[in-house]
Design a protein around this ligand. Structure first.
Ligand SMILES: *Cc1c(COP(=O)(O)O)cnc(C)c1O
Length: 383
C-alpha cells in the first residue's frame, strides 16, 4: 500500500467536507446570481460561507474574494495591485523562495516594466528583516512575502515586514497557502493587506482559492479576469458554489480540531526525522535551525540521487524539489537560494504529513527509506 507523505503538494478531501459539497452538486444547483427563489437560497449559502472564512482569519466578510486557485489569488493580488499603483512607483519586493505562482507573476511584471527585488535567504531558508529594510525604495509600491515556504516549511517574518511596510504606506501581500491550519493566519495580527489561501492544501478540493483584500483596497485593485460582476467584480465567472461550501467547512473543522492536529502531525514529523537522521549517515534537515511548520520534513541524503531513492522506496509518496518542477532537471530554486551544496540538492526529498497520516505509516515509511538509502549508499561512487 502506498504511503502518502506529500501533503504539501495536495491533501485528500475530508469526508465531512465532501458531504458539505453534495447538496450544491445536486439539488442546490441554481446560479447564485439568479434572482429567483432557488438562486437567492444559494446566494445565502455563498454569503454564509464567506462569513465562515472571514471569521477564521478575523476579517470582515466583504474582504473575502473566492478565486479559482491559490495561483489565481496570488496573480490577482500582485498583478491587480501593481496595475493599480503603477502611477506611484514601479518597484516590488518579494523573496527568492516564493512559489512559482508568485515568482512567475513577478517575472511577467518585470517584462511589463516593473522592477523586482528578490530577497535572498539564510542557509536555513529565512529572509532577513534587515535585507528587507535595505531593499525598500521611495518607489516601492508592493511587497509579497510567503508566510510558510512550501518546500522546506520555514516560517518567514511576515509580521515584522508588514509593520515596517505599513509605516511607509506600502501594501503587503502574503502567500499563506502553506500556513493554513498550522499557524495563526489572523490578518489583523499579521498586519498584511492581502493574503492568499488554496483549498486543496487544507483538505478541501482543488480549484478553489481565497484572497483576503483589505477593505481599503477593494475599490483600488484591478481585476485580471473580465466578465460578470461576481465577487465584487474582482473575479468574474459563475461561483464554484460546491467548492466555496467546501472551504468553509474545511476551515470550520480546522477551527475546531486544528490545534490537536498540529500536535499530532508534529509528533509524527519529529519521529520520522529523528529515525532517519539516526539510521542513515550523512543526512541533514534542509531548513534546520529555522522556525519550521509542523508538517514538512525536507531531508538531504548526501551522495544519493533523490529520484533514485524515490524509485527504490517507491511505496513512499514524497517530492523532489517542488511537485510542479519534479519533472524538470533543474534543482529546486529554494535549495539553490539557501546556498545548499549542489550534490546535496539532488539528494533532497520533501516528506509532508497531514490529517490522515498514521503512526504505522510513519514507521513503515522510515523502514523503507532507511533500507533503500543505505542500499543506494553502498552502491554510490560518491559516498
Ligand atoms: C500550492 C501552492 C500554491 C498554488 O495553489 P494552487 O491552488 O495549486 O494554484 C501557491 N503557493 C504556495 C505556497 C503553494 O504551496
Amino acid at each position: 500500500m502506498p504511503i502518502y507523505l506529500d501533503y504539501s503538494a495536495t491533501t485528500p478531501v475530508d469526508r465531512r467536507v465532501y458531504e458539505a459539497m453534495i447538496p450544491f452538486l445536486t439539488e442546490k444547483y441554481a446560479n447564485p446570481s439568479s434572482i429567483h427563489i432557488l438562486g437567492r437560497e444559494v446566494r445565502e449559502d455563498v454569503e454564509n460561507a464567506r462569513a465562515v472564512v472571514a471569521s477564521y482569519i478575523k476579517c470582515e466578510p466583504h474582504e473575502i474574494v473566492f478565486t479559482a486557485s491559490g495561483t489565481s489569488s496570488d496573480n490577482l493580488a500582485i498583478k491587480g495591485m501593481a496595475e493599480a499603483l503603477k502611477h506611484k512607483g514601479k518597484h516590488i519586493i518579494t523573496t527568492s523562495i516564493e512559489h512559482k505562482a508568485v515568482l512567475e507573476t513577478c517575472k511577467s511584471l518585470q517584462k511589463a516594466g516593473f522592477e523586482v527585488t528578490y530577497l535572498p535567504v539564510s542557509k536555513s531558508g529565512v529572509i532577513s528583516v534587515d535585507d528587507f529594510r535595505k531593499a525598500l525604495r521611495p518607489d516601492t509600491i508592493l511587497v509579497s512575502v510567503m508566510l510558510v515556504n512550501n518546500e522546506v516549511g520555514t516560517v518567514q517574518p511576515v509580521k515584522e515586514i508588514a509593520s515596517i511596510a505599513r509605516e511607509r504606506g506600502i501594501i503587503v501581500h502574503t502567500d499563506a497557502v502553506q500556513a493554513v491550519g498550522k499557524l495563526s493566519t489572523d490578518v489583523s495580527e499579521l498586519g498584511v493587506q492581502l493574503m492568499s489561501f488554496s483549498g486543496h492544501k487544507f483538505n478541501a478540493p482543488k480549484g478553489i482559492g481565497i484572497l483576503y483584500i483589505d477593505e481599503n483596497l477593494k475599490d483600488l485593485i484591478i481585476p485580471i479576469v473580465c466578465g460578470g460582476s461576481q465577487e465584487y467584480g474582482l473575479r468574474a465567472g459563475t461561483e464554484n458554489v460546491a467548492n466555496i461550501a467546501a472551504v468553509a467547512k474545511a476551515l470550520e473543522i480546522l477551527a475546531a480540531e486544528g490545534e490537536e492536529e498540529v500536535k499530532r502531525v508534529r509528533r509524527f514529523r519529529d519521529m520520522f526525522e529523528q529515525e532517519i537522521l539516526a539510521r542513515v549517515p550523512d543526512t541533514y534537515i534542509n531548513g534546520a535551525g529555522a522556525d519550521r511548520v509542523c508538517s514538512v520534513s525536507n531531508i538531504a541524503f548526501r551522495y544519493i540521487e533523490g529520484e533514485a531513492l524515490m524509485v527504490y522506496a517507491s511505496e513512499v509518496c514524497c517530492s523532489t524539489g517542488s511537485a510542479c518542477t519534479s519533472d524538470s532537471v533543474d534543482a529546486s530554486h529554494v535549495l539553490y537560494a539557501m546556498n545548499a551544496d549542489p550534490v546535496d540538492m539532488h539528494g533532497s526529498l520533501r516528506f509532508s504529513f497531514g490529517r490522515f497520516t498514521t503512526e504505522e505509516e510513519v514507521k513503515a515509511a522510515v523502514e523503507m527509506i532507511c533500507t533503500s538509502a543505505n542500499k543506494l549508499r553502498a552502491m554510490s561512487p560518491l559516498g
